[in-house]
Design a protein around this ligand. Structure first.
Ligand SMILES: Cc1cc2nc3c(=O)[nH]c(=O)nc-3n(C[C@H](O)[C@H](O)[C@H](O)COP(=O)(O)OP(=O)(O)OC[C@H]3O[C@@H](n4cnc5c(N)ncnc54)[C@H](O)[C@@H]3O)c2cc1C
Length: 490
């Protein structure tokens, strides 16, 4: 008899679990709480970018068989060794040792993406966001090189098609509210409305708790009630609650999350009629090329501490900590062509001026005199002794400021000057369930709960002090695949 596997959620982690379980002969049912409009969860809102370790450009080209972009011939994909991925995961962590889950993520990241590509997921280089043209070549930077064709929408639709071809049944409008069984054995689920479904194993891939304002306030702090939710309104911590309710153990830092700078005009998804695809264009993460000011007219982070891939997930929190929970990002004409396309989005909160003092007065909610003083001090502190280069950490730094800018520091000197008002958008939460490297959910005593697996945002502890951009989808694929195989009994 084939194993009966129930998968909760329909995002990247869930679909990878379904593909893997069906691939080894299990009968798989995917249960998604939302209707078709919410199919794919947060995964659908992504850029589809996946971080994985690779030794050289040939390893990238091996994944691009289905991509005929003529720029590939003129691309320098560089390398992203495992050691670098490991170091990026551990940035800011006093203990540099990878735990077993992080080790699995790093070591199997490439083979997992190759597995998806083999199964039929088309991928392509991320030219617009992760490369700059230098000496006639597209030079990639930041360890993030490929994305699913069609971004998040393309990712989940391709994964859905692969899963359905493999025989997976997909049911939407099925919110799972209870696990059948206990810490000795899980044998199915109960849906809202009372229907019960029996199975040999359940894979929870129902996301974190970022969309629930009360859980955010409880774990992240009261100010997080006001954060904009970037993704689906349906990641309300259901999987976490159900698993903890039968004795699963927690892992990771429940007070930490992935949060980015978003335009203040961004409505939370929960209240927003904006369709899936338009949403992510509200993100504002080109701050390494400018400065950020708070209501007191002060800078509050080193905007150029690192590539934005390694700071963007932390800087949303820093913005929320500022008075009023907002900031302005300022740029001059030298860098406007480097700003991501979302800066041009209609409806963005943008002001412009030909003089800095005029711009400072246009920054709503900001002490204009203090802002001008900060900008003048910043401009005077830019060393200007090295060439500006956005493809590497260029060492273009300030000198003499209490809060330095470490890279990409140019004076704001060329009009027109422009500024964008941003707030904090929460992406996903870091605290979750404790699992082993096969994605089995563990109890406090370290034993696995038979029949229960978890993958994706719901897994705790993978990300702590930092989040290297593109790791979420890759982790969901790695542990989704592991969960599917283990749930099918392989
Ligand atoms: C705007 C945005 C852009 C991003 N860009 C990237 C990127 O480019 N690269 C990257 O790696 N990461 C990115 N991320 C992070 C990424 O979205 C997550 O790491 C990843 O999608 C998580 O996948 P998942 O399968 O765990 O959860 P999700 O994709 O969120 O899926 C969870 C699903 O579970 C469903 N669900 C919840 N409760 C229940 C229940 N009780 N019963 C049944 N179903 C339930 C939800 O409706 C949802 O469909 C981005 C996130 C956002 C919001």
């Amino acid at each position: 008899m084939p194993a009966e596997v129930l998968v909760v959620g329909s995002g990247n982690a869930a679909l990878c679990a379904a593909i893997a379980a069906a691939g080894v002969g299990a009968r798989v049912t995917v249960l998604e709480a939302g209707g078709d409009e919410h199919f794919g969860g947060n995964s659908r809102y992504t850029a589809g970018a996946m971080r994985f370790a690779y030794p050289d450009g040939d390893a990238i080209r091996a994944l691009l068989g289905g991509c005929d972009d003529p720029r590939i011939a003129d691309s320098d994909f560089g390398a992203y060794p495992r050691e670098q991925f490991a170091a990026d995961l551990k940035r800011g962590d006093p203990d540099p040792t990878l735990d077993p889950l992080q080790r699995k993520l790093v070591d199997t990241s490439y083979e997992t993406v190759a597995w998806l590509v083999d199964a039929g997921l088309p991928v392509e280089p991320i030219y617009a966001r992760q490369s700059f043209v230098r000496d006639g070549r597209h030079r990639f930077w930041g360890g993030l090189t490929l994305a699913a064709r069609g971004e998040g929408e393309g990712l989940v639709q391709a994964e859905r098609a692969i899963a359905e071809r493999g025989g997976t049944e997909i049911r939407t409008g099925c919110r799972v509210v209870e696990l059948l069984g206990d810490a000795e054995r899980v044998s199915g689920v109960r849906l809202e409305g009372g229907e019960t479904l029996r199975g040999d194993a359940v894979v929870l891939a129902s996301g974190g708790f970022e969309a629930d304002a009360s859980l955010r306030a409880e774990h992240l702090g009261p100010e997080w009630r006001a954060a904009v939710v970037r993704g689906t309104p349906l990641n309300r911590g259901d999987g976490l609650r159900m698993a903890l309710g039968i004795g699963a153990a927690r892992a990771g830092d429940f007070s930490a999350c992935h949060a980015v700078c978003m335009d203040v005009a961004t409505p939370s998804f929960a209240d927003s009629p904006i369709p899936h695809r338009a949403r992510k264009d509200f993100r504002k993460i080109s701050y390494p090329f400018g400065v950020m000011l708070n209501a007191r007219g002060e800078r509050f982070v080193d905007e150029g501490a690192d590539f934005r891939n390694y700071t963007y997930a932390q800087y949303g929190r820093e913005v929320l900590r500022q008075p009023g929970g907002f900031a302005w990002q300022l740029f001059d004409a030298q860098v406007t062509e480097l700003l991501y396309a979302e800066y041009d989005m209609p409806g963005a909160t943008r002001v412009e001026a030909d003089r800095l003092d005029v711009l400072a007065r246009r920054l709503e909610g900001v002490d204009a005199d203090a802002a001008l003083t900060t900008l003048e001090a910043y401009n005077a502190s830019v060393r200007g002794d090295r060439p500006f280069d956005p493809t590497r950490k260029d060492g273009c730094a300030t000198t003499g400021l209490a809060l330095p800018k470490s890279h990409w520091a140019l004076p704001l000197s060329e009009p027109p000057f422009c500024a964008y008002r941003v707030t904090c958008g929460v992406t996903f939460t870091y605290g979750g369930l404790r699992v082993d490297p096969d994605a089995a959910v563990l109890r406090d005593d370290g034993r696995a709960i038979p029949g229960l697996y978890a993958a994706g945002e719901l897994v705790g502890g993978l990300f702590r002090h930092t989040y290297p951009g593109g790791s979420g989808l890759c982790a969901g694929a790695v542990f989704g695949r592991a969960a599917g195989r283990a749930a099918a009994g392989v």
